[in-house]
Design a binder for this molecule. Structure first.
Ligand code: HEC
Ligand code: HEC
Length: 326
């Protein structure tokens, strides 16, 4: 008899456990739903608005009169003619060269960032502040500009209160007009080649002589920041720049070069050319070790060590092109 009671109590106990379990699950679902809806509210833009972002920057002819308009036009001048503008303001020629290399922002962001297919900068004022994995932190637009100043422009960063920095920001805000914060901007960051073929550096050199020297000169030193910028040597970007990554250089060349015949090179040709360009000497970035503090550093940043390996013929392209592990 007592055995029957024990069994019944046991059965009831199990039933109640199942009930509590089910209740717990339901509460859990509800909490998840609540969490989801609250993140929806926090998001600055709904899916609908995000898909509406179109590439349609206002014309420079419509810049307003007054101090704001002057800042926008000064910003445009700085972005399009960076080296000359910043070097002209320096105390001596030497100071000027330290401040910035021979490039302009337009050397990579063609037409001061207004050309849709050539690393445009339209919308960046709505994108930043934004998380950057190279720094493993949220960076402001000012900090992102300084990122290109110290790497791509191989120069000194702007001080926080520099009027020229404010002018650049005013310009980027102007060309980002009407773009909602947080919107998807499909024209940004289009330069990474997804699967880069193993390059033939010698073939890259041959093609360089045929297709590139008219504007970039035989020695890669270029013919002018906006006619054929320096591809290597003292006047060019340093090896901490984004475009010093092999996959990005290959994508950039395929999307943009030879200027006037964009998108005609095969993946293989763009890869060969990128490997040749990045095998040449260029200024060194002083702090490779400080990059990617959160891990996930790309393997294809073409540092001095890798340049040497290209020259020695010891480079392991499979390894460089293999996926990054975090
Ligand atoms: C040598 C090439 C080069 C030069 C010169 C250069 N940049 Fe860049 N910049 C890049 C690359 C590469 C990226 C990464 C995004 C991409 O691939 O389009 C980038 C990204 C940026 C971004 C962030 C864009 C985004 O989509 O998040 C800003 C802002 C920017 N650059 C501003 C400037 C400014 C201002 C200058 C001049 C002071 C400048 N850059 C000069 C190559 C360059
Ligand atoms: C008709 C002139 C012309 C030819 C030919 C040409 N480029 Fe360019 N290149 C430019 C101009 C101008 C820019 C500046 C960005 C722009 O306006 O698109 C540039 C920018 C670049 C950049 C980024 C800036 C820098 O300093 O690194 C690279 C890389 C580049 N070219 C590689 C090549 C390669 C490789 C070839 C040959 C396949 C080539 N270019 C052929 C005119 C040319």
């Amino acid at each position: 008899m007592s055995r029957g009671i024990t069994l019944t109590i046991g059965f009831l106990f199990i039933l109640s456990l199942i009930f509590i379990g089910a209740l717990g699950n339901k509460l859990g679902d509800e909490k998840e739903r609540a969490d989801k809806s609250s993140t929806n509210v926090q998001q600055p833009v709904s899916g609908e608005l995000a898909s509406e972002a179109t590439f349609n920057p206002p014309s420079l002819e419509d810049v307003p009169d007054g101090p704001q308009g002057e800042a926008i036009l000064r910003g445009h001048e700085l972005v399009d003619d960076t080296s000359n503008q910043l070097r002209a303001d320096a105390a001596s020629a030497e100071d000027g060269q330290q401040r910035v290399n021979e490039l302009s922002c337009s050397s990579c962001h063609a037409g001061a960032g207004l050309e849709q297919d050539s690393s445009p900068l339209v919308g960046v004022a709505a994108k930043y502040p934004n998380y950057i994995s190279r720094n493993d932190e949220i960076v402001s637009l000012e900090e992102r500009i300084n990122g290109c100043m110290v790497r791509s422009m191989n120069g000194q960063p702007f001080a926080e209160d520099d009027e020229d920095l404010d002018a650049m920001v005013a310009y980027f805000k102007y060309i980002s007009e009407g773009i909602p914060v947080g919107a998807e901007l499909p024209w940004l960051g289009q330069n990474d080649m997804k699967e880069v073929p193993i390059p033939d550096v010698a073939a890259g050199e041959t093609m360089f002589q045929q297709s590139c020297i008219a504007c970039h000169a035989q020695d890669g030193a270029g013919t002018g920041a906006n006619t054929g910028p320096a591809l290597w040597g003292e006047g060019s970007f340093n090896d901490g720049a984004g475009i010093a990554r092999f996959s990005r250089m290959a994508g950039y060349i395929q999307n943009n070069m030879p200027k006037g015949q964009e998108k005609t090179l095969t993946d293989q040709e763009a890869s060969n050319l990128a490997a040749f360009v990045l095998s040449q000497d260029r200024p060194e970035w002083g702090d490779h070790a400080g990059d990617w503090p959160g891990g996930g550093a790309p393997k294809d940043s073409m540092t001095k060590e890798l340049r040497q390996q290209i020259k020695d013929g010891t480079i392991n392209w499979e390894e460089i092109l293999s996926p990054t592990t975090k």
